[in-house]
Design a protein around this ligand. Sequence first.
Ligand code: 26A
Length: 351
Amino acid sequence: MTSTKGNFELLCLENPLLDIQGVGDEKLLEKYELKANDAILAEEKHMGLYEDLIQNHDAKLIAGGAAQNTARGAQYILPADSVVYIGCIGKDQYGQTLRDICAKAGVRTEYRIDEEQPTGRCGVVITGHNRSLCTDLAAANCYKLDHLKSPEIWKLAENAKVFYVGGFHLTVCVPAILALAEEAAAKNKLFIMNLSAPFIPQFFKDQLDQVAPYWDILIGNETEALAYAESHNLGTTDIKEIATAIAKLPKKNTQTPRKVIITQGLEDTIAVVAKPDGSVEIKEVPVHAIEKEKINDTNGAGDAFAGGFVAGIVQGKPLETAIDMGQWLARLSIQELGPSFPYPVQTYTSS
Ligand code: 26A
């Protein structure tokens, strides 16, 4: 047991959401025109989903928001007071619930409170090992650069050593992402982003490309990598080639070589590390599968991977170890309800 405390080395930014998670079926997916395994922004036709899940599918209210899950995951591993999370919530009970869950997980939250919009919600439809995410951002869409730049919050950014921003935030406040990215590049800190969902490279390509030069580490999964390749006309569906192309994109901070990490479900995780001479090193890290019967649901598995991985990076672990820590935490999370982690806290041991 370590008694040393952290110093809020890790600062995460994104969309705080409450997940409304229920078990559904083909009919429910069809009713709202949802794919079994996807993440989308809600349109008018989806607005009935949340009440439907609560009334007819025994839905549970759990903390969500991809990077908020990652923040809780990283704090699960790191010493107390290591993680700050920033985003925008409403003045309501759902917002209070998020605050309470993060406080219990030891994550310091610095929310902007929107006076008009309610806290954002994500409808989660579980069918087997798939999960369909449908997000009504509401207050989460009202994050403002002014909040980040207010003296007491910006002090936290200046103090942090590693930044983690969910790609989902590219739909919300690019100036805030760029402010953190510039801070990282100027002071040789680490700026980590996640591709988050196929619709980000598909429909938010310009925003993505604006922040790409700042990526020290980019995390994604295989479907997001394929969506990236398609929207950028890379002309390949080979994950290693796609990761290599991303690793070789121009980089603002030339002191740190870029690393691109692509998870592929049960297949090996691909890590591509750029070298100063322009070449790359490709690593493949195996996943240690658990028995299917032990899986509760896969909502938040990718966020948990990112949490374990980023914790490893904050601790200065070798890349393969950080990836293994991500796999370990994802394995723990899929055995829980939604994006949660088991208590009492378990300690990472290499697998
Ligand atoms: C902007 N969008 C669509 C989103 C999200 C999101 N988090 C932030 N922004 N859509 C889904 N999520 C979260 O992803 C987690 C699972 O990976 C859900 O809240 C869920 O907890």
